[in-house]
Design a protein around this ligand. Structure first.
Ligand code: DGL
Length: 281
């Protein structure tokens, strides 16, 4: 048994989309989440910059004594997973791409046309394509980057015609020309527009890596006898810039939970390591 928290991080609020699945599958586990809201989006930045940012965050999580790190960001998983695993060989570090790629690869059927959407960096890395083709050669895969989705989602512009038009702008031809029937949400922000996507493309079945990764968290912790039991630690959510949307998303994710009062949100500047605790309610 290991009651230390699991570290999750993302460029912003996208990685929060995994947390409800963790709560469902592993309710005893506690979380330290870091959203780099001051520097989001990562998905159109240089890989060297993304490496620098994610190393700083991983250092911070390790100093916070996490038992495992989940990279709840496709962009970082596609570019920095190996470096982070080499830097911290004793801590299990799980990227979000490989669990979903493996599960998708075995589920594809004859005639499936698989679409993958993500940030520019994730799509340019072809990380999903490579892993799926390795496990299931010969499948038909199409990829496209949707760089304007993340800024809109971080702004909370979701249930709005602007989001729907942006989806159509990037995806109408992509879905139609390639006759896509299955779609991987290759960015952890995108589950927040899953309803828009299902409404606009009702015949496309959606694959959500934010949920799949949690099954792998469970198997890794179980294998190593590191599952928590009866921890009195509370979930802590850090943001490098405390945006209202970040707080609202946490409220939304935990709206059914009865431990609201114990949650903490902190604002942290990684350079000067200055912390300020905010009451959530
Ligand atoms: N949510 C992240 C991802 O999964 C990053 C998006 C971004 O910062 O551009 O790719």
């Amino acid at each position: 048994m290991d009651n230390r928290p699991i570290g999750f991080f993302d460029s912003g609020l996208g990685g929060l989309t995994s947390i409800p699945y963790l709560r469902d599958l592993l309710p005893e586990e506690r979380v330290i989440y870091f959203g780099d809201t001051a520097r989001t989006p990562y998905g159109s930045k240089a890989v060297t910059t993304i490496r620098r940012f994610s190393t700083e965050i991983a250092d911070f999580l390790v100093k916070s004594n996490v038992k495992m790190i989940v990279i709840a960001c496709n962009t970082v998983s596609a570019t920095c997973l190996d470096e982070l695993q080499e830097r911290f060989p004793k801590i299990p570090i799980l990227g979000i791409i490989s669990p979903a790629a493996r599960e998708t690869a075995v589920s594809l059927e004859e005639g499936d046309e698989l679409g993958i959407i993500g940030t520019k960096v994730t799509i340019a890395s072809h990380a999903y394509r490579r892993m799926i083709e390795e496990a299931n050669p010969g499948v038909s895969i199409h990829e496209t980057a949707c760089p304007a989705f993340v800024p809109l989602i971080e702004e909370g512009i979701i249930h709005h015609e602007i989001m729907d038009s942006t989806i159509r702008y990037y995806m109408d031809d992509f879905i139609k020309d390639n006759r896509i029937n299955k779609l991987i949400l290759g960015c952890t922000h995108y589950p927040l527009i899953k309803e828009n996507l299902s409404r606009i493309y009702p015949d496309v079945s959606i694959i959500n890596p934010s949920s799949i990764v949690i099954k792998n968290v469970e198997s890794i912790l179980r294998e190593r006898d590191m599952l928590a039991g009866g921890s009195d630690f509370t979930d802590v959510f850090y943001a490098s810039d405390l945006s209202e949307n970040f707080v609202n998303m946490i409220d939304h994710i935990f709206e059914d939970a009865d431990d609201n009062d114990d949650r903490k949100i902190k604002f942290i500047d990684l350079d000067i390591e200055k912390e300020k605790t905010h009451g959530l309610l």
